[in-house]
Design a protein around this ligand. Structure first.
Ligand code: ADP
Length: 893
């Protein structure tokens, strides 16, 4: 346990160790580096300190040297006490010389006697070489010594003998106030330095350094400067009252060995720390890998253990499921054994209900378009459920509910999965409806076929603690899956049975109807085999239905019917119909019982709902009679054509004869007119008595001759007109004719005759139409009609009436004569026709007047019509085209 914990820590924090080692080693390296640097610093400091020491020694020595030389002055001073005279002067000079010769660096000693006012007597010092008091700064030092009564040093000056500086030392009397003289020591700085160095060297305290000395004015006294870059140490040196500066430049400490050490430290440190960290990391990795491996193995072991447990559990499940499936299968087998949907439902709901130990089982049919369910069947498996009596009384098939109303219906509809609910969530779903306690548990399983929801099966339990056994639900599901299919199959079977029954009834009816048809009907299947042949078809083709199979029938049909026109083989017309063609009026003949029978057939493909050709229908119509009629008609037509040709020939002959007749008549008329005119002329002459007066009887005879001749002339004239009209040789001169005038003229002409017969003549005209006509011929027509009226009327009146009728001018000649019967009404317009009443014969006439009148009227674009009743008079109406320019003649007011 501890080890595992440790391993876990190591795995988690293992990286810390190498990191710490790395850090530590690097820190150590850094420490060593610092140490090395300190060493260097120490060496430097030591060098500096040594230099300081040197400087101190040297400074002290310098000061001491100068001090000793001033001390030498003091000695000189002692001997100076009596230098008032020349002897003492020489003694002084000898003393000075002895001092100078003993003391190096002291090149001269002088005495200056200041005057009482303290003025300088420079000549005392001058020894022919130079005048120090002429050098800037020297008099000031002298004055300072006098003022302070203490020795004072001048700056370093250049003299012809070299660099020098002067120290003024005042010599006072016993009272010390009075300055007796000033001793001047001329010193050589380099000599003093050398003496100091020698002294210092004797003590052995000087190293290989450079020394520079600067006076109080900063002027360098030494000659060789210290090398650049050397560290320097300064020190003040007291020279009398001034302060000089001593600079010691010592050799710098060499850094190279330290750098070498430093590099060695760092290289070693880094290499060491990296190597150490790396090894630690590797170690950590190894530990981690090992731990991981162990973890993996443990997990695998764990998984294997779990898998084994799961496998065992699954095996158990599988066994259970197998058992359930077996019983479901048995149940399905039982279900599929039945073809009655009701039985299937009962078996299914009841069987599953028993397995679930349910109290009520229900089956709803799902209506997708309304999203509603309709009750199909409810079974009470336990008669003790609440309100059992009501449930039994209720017609479950009338139960209908929208799916959305109830969760136990809507949810399986929405998900397509079983729905299991219990307890409180079911309040209101039971048979009692809302407010009543619901079932204890409820299971809804959707019935689907091909993923399509068709219904819902519901099982319910009632009573405390009665829940469904969870293991029974897969069973219920499995059975439901089978039941949906079996139920659908049973329903389909039922409906197929009904449909087949209906179809067979339809087939019988169709066969009966087909057999009643006088036309033959043959239905071929898609392979061209005759499927249905009605009685008429058999009779038409003379093939017996029972006698042969379809193949034989087809052969017979082909051999009998089609060898002639309808064609055999691929062009056999039912075969064409089977290829989708629609054929009408395919004609062929069959020979049945020794006589030819003519048949007109039509054929069309029989299409299924999908538009695929399922067969062909052929209708055969017997057209033998039609054919015979047609033949007959053809014969008759031929004969008629022959007769028409004959008639045409006769007509031609007749036309020729008529032409000859017309010609003859024209010629004859012409030839007759001349003699008749001569007869009339001569008769007139005789009547006038040119050859002597005639007696009464002669006159009467003459009158008769004249009458007859006139009549004859009229006749000939009429004939001539008729032939002219017939030959089309009549010339008409069309002009605008005022009708009234022509009528008056005709009235005038017949008035004497009418008066002779005591007939009233009336003329009526509400307007005076202007007709387009040949005036002479119009007159002729009217006179003709008027004279006929007078001629055939014995009593009463003749009436003329004229006016405009639409776009026609209309003239009526009406009489109260015998009238004309219907039989003669048209014929009176024929040439030479006279009504056979004896009257005509009495009054005479040729029967040409009306014929000529109608022809003339028609030539002028008009017409003559007749209205008459026998015994009630006649009315002849002439109408003519009106003038377009002016239809009537305006009447004078
Ligand atoms: P015609 O008078 O010379 O015999 P028409 O052609 O004029 O010849 O007349 C033919 C016949 O029509 C007459 O013979 C007569 O019988 C009959 N007919 C003509 N006009 C009248 C009439 N107004 N009333 C009775 N009959 C008439």
């Amino acid at each position: 346990m501890k080890i595992a914990w440790l391993q876990a820590r190591v795995a988690r924090w293992g990286w810390v160790l190498p990191a710490a080692a790395l850090t530590l080693l690097l820190a150590g390296t850094f420490y060593l580096d610092r140490q090395n640097a300190n060493q260097l610093e120490l060496a430097r400091q030591e060098a500096g300190a040594a230099a300081q020491r040197e400087a101190a020694t040297l400074g002290e020595e310098l000061a001491a040297q100068v001090g000793s030389r001033v001390g030498a002055l003091a000695a000189a001073k002692l001997q100076f006490t009596a230098v008032e005279d020349s002897v003492s002067r020489r003694a002084f000079a000898a003393a000075v010389d002895s001092v100078i010769s003993r003391v190096s660096g002291l090149s001269g000693i002088s005495v200056i006697y200041p005057d009482p006012l303290g003025a300088i007597a420079p000549d005392a010092l001058r020894r022919g070489r130079y005048d120090p008091f002429a050098i800037d700064g020297v008099p000031e030092s002298y004055r300072k010594a006098i003022e302070t009564r203490r020795p004072a040093a001048s700056r370093v000056i250049d003299t012809p003998a070299g660099r020098r500086f002067l120290v003024f030392d005042p010599v006072t009397g016993d009272d010390t106030l009075h300055i007796r003289a000033v001793l001047v020591a001329e010193m050589e700085p380099n000599g003093i330095l050398r003496a100091a160095l020698e002294r210092a060297q004797e003590t052995g305290s000087l190293g290989p350094s450079f020394y520079d000395i600067y006076d109080d004015h900063g002027r360098r006294i030494t000659n060789v400067p210290a090398p650049q870059g050397w560290p320097r140490v300064e020190r003040p040196v007291r020279i009398a009252d001034t302060e000089w500066r001593l600079v010691v430049a010592h050799q710098p400490v060499s850094e190279q060995p330290y750098e070498v050490i430093r590099t060695a430290i760092w290289v070693t440190g880094i290499v060491l720390s990296l190597a150490f960290a790396l090894s630690l990391t590797l170690l950590w990795r190894m530990v981690a890998a090992q731990r991981e491996e162990i973890g993996r193995r443990r997990a695998a072991e764990e998984q294997a253990r779990q898998s084994a447990a799961e496998a065992a559990w699954r095996a158990l499940q599988a066994r259970r499921l197998t058992e359930q499936l077996e019983s479901a299968q048995q149940m399905a087998l039982r279900l599929s054994g039945s073809h009655d949907p009701e039985e299937v439902i009962e078996e299914f709901l009841g069987g599953v209900g028993e397995a679930l130990e349910a109290d009520v089982a229900m089956l709803y049919i799902f209506e997708e378009e309304d999203d509603a369910v309709v009750g199909r069947r409810r079974i009470l498996l336990n008669p003790a459920v609440p309100r059992a009596e009501d449930l039994l009384r209720e017609d479950f098939r009338k139960v209908r509910a929208p799916v959305a109303l109830m969760k136990h219906l809507s949810e399986p509809v929405a998900t397509g999965r079983p729905f299991l609910a219990k307890g409180a969530e079911l309040a209101g779903t039971g048979p009692g409806g809302a407010g009543m306690p619901g079932p204890t548990a409820l299971l809804t399983i959707p019935l689907t076929i091909g993923g399509h929801l068709v219904g819902l099966a519901v099982w319910e339990t009632y009573g405390e603690g009665r829940l469904f056994d969870a293991d029974a639900i897969p069973f219920a599901q499995a059975v439901t899956a089978h039941a949906a299919a079996i139920l659908r199959a049973a329903e389909l079977l039922e409906s197929v049975g009904q449909a087949m029954e209906k179809a067979s009834k339809e087939a019988v009816r169709l066969a009966t109807v087909l057999d009643q048809l006088s036309d033959g009907v043959v239905l071929f299947d898609a392979n061209g085999e005759p499927e249905l042949v009605n009685a008429a078809a058999e009779a038409l083709l003379g093939i017996s239905r029972g006698a042969s199979g379809p193949a034989d029938w087809d052969k017979a049909f082909r051999s009998r019917a089609l060898q002639k026109k309808a064609g055999g083989g691929e062009d056999f017309f039912p075969a064409r119909a089977l290829r989708g063609e629609r054929l009408r009026d395919v004609r062929f003949t069959v020979r049945v019982q020794g006589s030819d029978r003519y048949i007109a057939a039509s054929a069309a493909p029989v299409l299924g709902q999908d538009g695929v050709i399922r067969g062909a229908a052929v209708v055969l119509h017997d057209v033998t009679d039609e054919h015979e009629y047609a033949e007959m008609l053809r014969h008759t037509n031929q004969e008629l054509r022959q007769q028409a040709a004959l008639l045409e020939r006769v007509n031609d002959e007749l036309r020729a004869a008529t032409a000859a007749k017309d010609q003859f008549l024209a010629m004859m008329s012409h030839e007759l007119r001349t003699p008749i005119n001569a007869i009339i002329g001569y008769t007139d002459l005789l009547d006038l008595g040119v050859h002597g007066a005639l007696n009464e009887s002669q006159r009467t005879m003459m009158s008769r001759v004249l009458d007859t001749s006139n009549h004859l002339l009229g006749l000939v004239n009429d004939l001539l007109d008729l032939t002219k009209i017939a030959a089309g040789r009549i010339d008409l001169r069309f002009e605008e004719v005022a009708v009234e005038r022509i009528v008056r003229r005709a009235v005038d002409q017949i008035a004497p005759l009418a008066a002779g017969k005591d007939l009233r003549v009336e003329v009526k005209g509400d307007s005076d139409p202007v007709a387009v006509a040949d005036e002479t011929r119009l007159s002729q027509i009217l006179i003709n009609l008027a004279s006929n009226a007078v001629k055939f009327t014995e009593s009463g009146s003749i009436t003329f009436e004229y006016g405009v009728d639409g776009d026609r001018a209309r003239i009526c000649v009406r009489d109260t004569g015998p009238g004309i019967g219907e039989r003669d009404r048209e014929q009176v317009f024929d040439e030479f026709y006279q009504v056979d009443s004896g009257l005509a014969r009495n009054v005479g006439g040729s029967g040409l007047g009306l014929a000529i009148s109608r022809r003339l009227a028609r030539l002028m674009g008009g017409e003559i019509s007749l209205q008459s009743e026998p015994g009630r008079g006649s009315e002849f109406v002439l109408d003519l085209p009106l003038s377009r320019a002016r239809s009537t003649v305006p009447r004078d007011a």
